[in-house]
Design a protein around this ligand. Structure first.
Ligand code: SF4
Length: 270
């Protein structure tokens, strides 16, 4: 199937700003799905609110565009009722880890078979450039003109600590790596988290003098290294990319099915 067959072309041109990283994520995701050969009718994409969450409007999967921060809760309901379907949840950093933070850690704890994509541009883009939990201290936003004083999360560490069984990080610069990682995440049985650095030149780039999209993507190349790179010894400030966690644990829907079957057997014997 051609990648264009996964797209709802009637909704184009898209609403993202020129240079936004989210279109690169969309391309990387569709190439991953195409490579896996998953029929589009077997995929449900659930999104909340934000620039990143607009992806669900552009893909020709089953889609649900839901409430801010609640995409993982909706996706959990879909997965429990139709466990044979693939669930993909694209989120922005604010959507995933501010209002949606509680859903994020509990989806990871349960190990439900959902792929969460955190498109990390370190800002609330859609609502005007307010700082998010991933903006980081000293950086500027509409709501922090002098620089935010809030420490930031490490998405990968948070996901690992909460129990996610697949955790990875990549960037829009590393688009082939992104597709491979997304394919592994979608194939993984259990809760998988892929953090993708995705540039917002309109708000984060402009306010923090990081230049346009090209400069921001070049920066992703410069500040990240593959997991375990020897360069980390010389420069511990570098950020690791790649797969951090890939392990098997009982999957939530399967465990739930066992409980239901046991209850039905007991009822039949009574
Ligand atoms: S505001 Fe930022 S995140 Fe939103 S579409 Fe524009 S560049 Fe992309």
């Amino acid at each position: 199937m051609a990648v264009k067959d996964y797209i709802r072309s009637r909704f184009f041109p898209h609403i993202w700003c020129p240079g936004c990283g989210h279109g690169i994520v969309l391309g990387g995701l569709l190439r991953a799905v195409d490579g896996l050969g998953i029929p589009k009718n077997d995929i449900v994409m659930v999104s909340g609110i934000g620039c990143s969450s607009r992806i669900s409007g552009y893909v020709d999967f089953h889609t649900l565009h839901t409430l801010h921060g609640r995409a993982l809760a909706f996706a959990t309901g879909v997965k429990l009722s139709r466990p044979e379907l693939k669930l993909i949840v694209p989120m922005g950093d604010g959507d995933a880890l501010a209002i949606g933070g509680n859903h994020f850690i509990h989806a990871a704890r349960r190990n439900i078979d959902i792929t969460a994509i955190v498109m990390n541009n370190r800002i609330y883009g859609m609502t005007g450039g307010q700082f998010s939990p991933l903006t980081g201290p000293g950086l500027k936003a509409t709501t922090a003109p002098g620089g935010t004083i809030d420490p930031m999360f490490d998405v990968a560490e948070l996901a690992r600590a909460a129990g996610a069984t697949f955790v990875a990080r990549t960037t829009t610069y590393h688009v082939r790596e992104m597709s491979k990682i997304l394919a592994r995440a979608i194939s993984h049985k259990g809760f998988s988290v892929v953090e993708i650095f995705s540039q917002c030149p309109t708000y984060f780039g402009r306010k923090n003098k990081e230049g346009g999209a090209v400069e921001m993507m070049r920066r992703y190349k410069e500040i990240t290294v593959p997991v375990g790179s020897p360069d980390l010894q010389d420069n511990p400030e570098l950020i690791e990319r790649g797969v951090f966690v890939d392990r098997q644990m009982p999957e939530y829907c399967e465990e739930y099915d066992k409980i239901v079957r046991q209850a039905m057997e007991r009822a039949a014997q009574a």
